[in-house]
Design a binder for this molecule. Structure first.
Ligand code: AMP
Length: 288
């Protein structure tokens, strides 16, 4: 099947008309596609009759204009990688296709967005929740695919879809990593050689925490302080947050010793030079 590239919502809807009775898989992205995105695309293609991907660097979720300005873009490479991963319709809108000049509606998910990335990126999750609602409304997919790498984002989207009765199944896809453990991210391109070396401490610390958990460590503060020590030992790294949280409602588990059957996600955000990286691992089921 040849891949169609569309820009406006009308073009997208027309391209989707022949598929309305079929199963539609959708993976939204901000582009500069890598194998993590392509894993979402392949799942969407394998599990549905047609796979749609969007590439849209959504200005409203950037709280820092400089971060938006330097966000990496490669529209041509993205078309190649989307086609290669089985996408049937690639939707590449511009901001003018997505937002009327006088747009005034915001989707805001309370509570789940207060901690972790929400604490240091004010407005970020309002931007995410609003654009994801708009993207889902335009595509109206059967299933939508999101990475567990953006674990808080996935939880926020699951909650908004449930709360707003949106008829779509949200599928969480495990984090795809480089062979040395670094979680794939479009932002990794900004890392210098030495920063990239330091950045390996993030996954190393998370994997060590999973091993401690496996060996029976259930004291959350000890788990967090071991991860913190590993990250702090590296040059170039500055911690934004390191928290152990409940997998479902994201509340901070600090101070607790966890009982049997209790799940936990170790989540972190760390500045590596000027680049902010995030990673997380579910300790009670590290491959989930
Ligand atoms: P982004 O383009 O960074 O906004 O990401 C678009 C989608 O791809 C989101 O659902 C991300 O969670 C997902 N994603 C990004 N990086 C990875 C990765 N390394 N593994 C799995 N999914 C990812």
């Amino acid at each position: 099947m040849t891949m169609r590239i569309v820009q406006s919502i009308d073009e997208l809807r027309n391209a989707l008309l022949p598929f309305r009775a079929a199963q539609i898989g959708f993976a939204p992205t901000m582009g500069f596609l890598h194998q993590g995105h392509q894993t979402l695309f392949r799942r969407a293609a394998d599990e549905n009759s047609i796979a749609v991907a969007s590439v849209f660097v959504n200005p409203t979720q950037f709280n820092d204009p400089a971060d938006l300005e330097k966000y990496p873009r490669d529209p041509y490479g993205d078309t190649v990688r989307a086609r290669e991963a089985g996408i049937g319709i690639l939707w590449m809108p511009e901001p003018r296709h997505m937002y009327a000049p006088d747009h005034t509606t915001t989707v805001s998910v309370a509570r789940l967005t207060h901690g972790l990335c929400g604490a240091t990126r004010p407005g970020h999750f309002d931007g995410v929740a609003t654009v994801v609602t708009k993207l889902l409304n335009a595509v109206q997919p059967t299933r939508a695919y999101f990475g567990q790498k953006d674990f808080q984002q996935l939880a926020v989207i699951r909650r908004l879809v449930r709360d707003l009765d949106m008829p779509v199944q949200i599928v969480g896809v495990p984090t795809v990593r480089e062979p040395d453990g670094l979680a794939m991210s479009s932002r990794n391109v900004h890392l210098s050689t030495s920063e990239r070396q330091s950045a390996l401490a993030l996954s190393r610390a998370l994997f060590a925490a999973a091993r401690s958990w496996e060996q029976g460590e259930r004291n959350v503060d000890r788990l967090v302080s071991d991860v913190t020590a590993t990250v702090t030992a590296e040059p170039d790294l500055r911690i934004d947050y390191i928290n152990a949280v409940d997998p479902d409602d994201l509340h901070d588990l600090a101070g607790l010793t966890l009982g049997h059957g209790r799940g936990v996600v170790m989540a972190l955000a760390v500045f590596c030079g000027k680049t902010r990286l995030i990673d997380n691992l579910r300790l009670d089921a590290p491959n989930a």
